[in-house]
Design a protein around this ligand. Structure first.
Ligand SMILES: Cc1cc2nc3c(=O)[nH]c(=O)nc-3n(C[C@H](O)[C@H](O)[C@H](O)COP(=O)(O)OP(=O)(O)OC[C@H]3O[C@@H](n4cnc5c(N)ncnc54)[C@H](O)[C@@H]3O)c2cc1C
Length: 356
């Protein structure tokens, strides 16, 4: 019997595997893909905190561009938000997943590819994991299997509150400028343009039921991109708002499976890896009790997710309210990209003073 089975070798699953393996535990990661990191469905646009999760060399290897601000577009109006230092980084997301998986292996975790988990059966003493090919047994099981988590369904845990559909594509334009563009003329969420150095990414997130291709067309045509210049179109679900419980006695969810994302961007790489660290610190396979994990990750991320929901609601407000809000906050900002609570910080208030 293993100590820990982790379903999914995304950044969150690998971070968790690394942390448990470092404790000398026997850890197996089951990953359905034949290659870690693929298929890609993510922009890899992250705050500088990513450097807390990578060595300097690895960060530099996957770093593609540094961003200092964003232009928000509402109709023909444009509002700029910026800082005099890097606010975010554009990274090679496939590269990130591979680096994190390598770290997990080096710490002693086993990663088995092409192993799709189909069922998880919990008993009072252990957990059984059924895959297409095999059966595994462990003391505890972590569902790090993304937005449409099989583990979550298998143990009857509730889904995140709602989902957006994200779709993106790339062009071969060279652009290492340091502003991203955010388009607000899409239903309930937003579209984006991200300069990636040797390419540019265009994407959009819209509610379920919307025609994603139609909205991607809207975004790319706003920037005069020809249809034949778009390549590698890919899509994925974006979970928003964690449910009231993400664990049973011996099974727990981390990352997108638990809805641990920023409600106003859908970004979940860093929230998920922070929650993975907390899970490894609080859940002991020898004496499993997931209560401390539930408490600790909500303590760490809860206020930012709570405030993030209000920002998300702004996308659905009438354009007059949106524009008023952006007009008020535009200019230099003191806000941390992952921590909307810093909107209320002294640094942000100072940045808004007219005589700054
Ligand atoms: C279009 C789009 C753009 C995004 N852009 C950003 C961004 O710029 N910044 C950011 O922070 N976040 C972004 N996100 C969100 C980000 O991709 C997720 O928050 C992040 O990938 C969560 O990591 P994870 O490890 O929890 O899940 P995932 O990365 O989804 O990894 C889950 C893993 O589990 C595996 N798996 C799934 N089911 C099974 C199964 N049954 N058996 C075995 N393995 C299984 C999958 O193959 C996958 O490898 C974006 C999302 C989308 C859709």
């Amino acid at each position: 019997m293993k100590d820990v089975i982790i379903v999914g070798a995304g950044p969150v699953g690998s971070q968790l595997a690394k942390r448990y393996a470092e404790q000398g535990l026997e850890v197996t990661v089951l990953e359905r893909s034949e290659e870690v990191g693929r298929p890609l469905a993510c922009s890899g646009h992250v705050s500088p905190d990513i450097q807390n999760f990578l060595s300097k060399e690895d960060f530099e290897e996957i770093h593609q561009n540094s961003i200092v601000g964003a232009r928000f577009h509402s109709g023909e109006k444009e509002y700029r938000f910026y800082r005099d230092e890097t606010v975010s980084n554009v990274i090679d997301r496939v590269g990130l997943d591979k680096k994190k998986a390598e770290e997990a292996r080096e710490a002693g975790a086993e990663i088995i590819l092409e192993e799709t988990v189909e069922d998880v059966i919990e008993s009072s003493e252990s957990v059984r994991v059924e895959t297409e090919n095999d059966t595994y047994k462990a003391s505890i099981v972590a569902g790090c299997d993304g937005a449409s988590s099989t583990v979550r369904d298998a143990v009857d845990l509730p889904e995140p509150d709602h989902f957006y559909q994200g779709i993106l594509c790339f062009t071969d334009e060279e652009d290492d400028s340091d502003f991203v563009d955010v388009l607000l003329d899409v239903p309930k969420f937003f579209g984006w343009r991200i300069p990636r150095g040797d390419s540019v990414e265009y994407g959009v997130g819209v509610p379920k039921g919307e025609n994603t291709m139609k909205w991607l067309d809207e975004v790319t045509s706003k920037f005069d991109v020809e249809e034949e210049d778009r390549r590698n179109i890919c899509a994925g679900a974006i979970p928003i708002e964690p449910p009231e419980s993400v664990s049973t006695n011996r099974v727990f969810l981390v990352g997108d499976a638990a809805g641990q994302t920023k409600p106003f961007t859908g970004g979940g790489i860093l929230y998920g890896m922070r929650a993975a660290d907390i899970a490894a610190e609080t859940i002991d396979p020898e004496d499993p009790d997931t209560g401390d994990y539930e408490e600790a990750w909500r303590e760490e991320l809860g206020s930012d997710i709570f405030l993030g929901k209000f920002i998300e609601k702004m996308y659905s407000m009438p354009w007059t309210v949106q524009r008023l809000g952006m007009w008020f906050f535009q200019g230099e900002i003191g806000v941390h990209m992952d921590r909307p609570t810093t909107l209320l910080s002294r640094k942000q208030l100072k940045a808004m003073l007219p005589w700054r």
